[in-house]
Design a protein around this ligand. Structure first.
Ligand SMILES: [Mg+2]
Length: 218
């Protein structure tokens, strides 16, 4: 899938790429509605129905990824609630092997994420992916989500890279499209971001089923 001699820089997404998206999906679809429902005298279904339109309204914006936005909007400490289910934070299979491999073939690596700083810290604490990244870029620091081409322009300023010799691995199709518009040449998606859900059958970008596919000396 990748000819490594054509690559200098690897940009990794975090949630749904290196980490199992089940933690996040379970949080937004089950745990948060349950807790918010308890606070507002609603059962789970009523709470889910009440929250969904707001989720759709903000999807893909910086606000959607901002814990303070949701804490203010819902009147709950979102980071604290996420800690309740912290045991669900885990690497996807092969993540650490792939990071080790890319380190061994001496490519530059950066983590590029829409996740809020508090959440990055929580996930680095709960897993070992942080051991591999000196360079972590968070969309909240740039003021644009990765879905916006301006994110990649800001990243270029902070962490210069050659778009033709860069690969982005990200489970979010809208993010891959914005990276494509910016000019990043090598774009890979993830077949099963959430290990509790089925493998995706189609995508606009090539999908990695196993990180083993990337561990070849070419
Ligand atoms: Mg992701």
């Amino acid at each position: 899938m990748i000819i490594w001699k054509e690559i200098d820089t690897v940009l990794f997404d975090m949630d749904g790429t290196l980490l199992d998206l089940h933690f996040d999906n379970y949080f937004w679809h089950e745990y948060l509605p349950q807790k918010w429902g308890e606070q507002n005298n609603m059962d789970l279904k009523a709470a889910q129905d009440a929250l969904m339109p707001g989720f759709y309204k903000w999807a893909g914006t910086l606000s959607w990824y901002c814990l303070d936005h949701w804490s203010d909007h819902l009147g709950m400490d979102i980071l604290k609630l996420k800690e309740d289910i912290g045991h669900l934070i885990k690497e996807r299979p092969g993540s650490l092997n792939l990071l080790q491999y890319i380190t061994s073939i001496k490519k530059r690596m950066a983590l590029v994420t829409n996740a809020h700083a508090g959440l990055i810290a929580m996930k680095f604490n709960a897993t070992r992916i942080g051991d591999y990244f000196d360079d972590v870029y968070c969309s909240h620091d740039f003021g644009f989500p990765k879905e916006d081409v301006q994110f990649w322009e800001a990243l270029q300023e902070a962490y210069p890279f050659e778009p033709q010799r860069t690969v982005l691995i990200d489970d979010n199709t809208n993010v891959l499209h914005s990276a494509d518009r910016y000019g990043i040449k090598h774009l890979l998606s993830i077949a099963q971001p959430d290990l509790s859900r089925p493998i995706r059958s189609e995508n606009d970008f090539p999908m990695i089923e196993s990180f083993e596919e990337l561990m070849n000396e070419k």
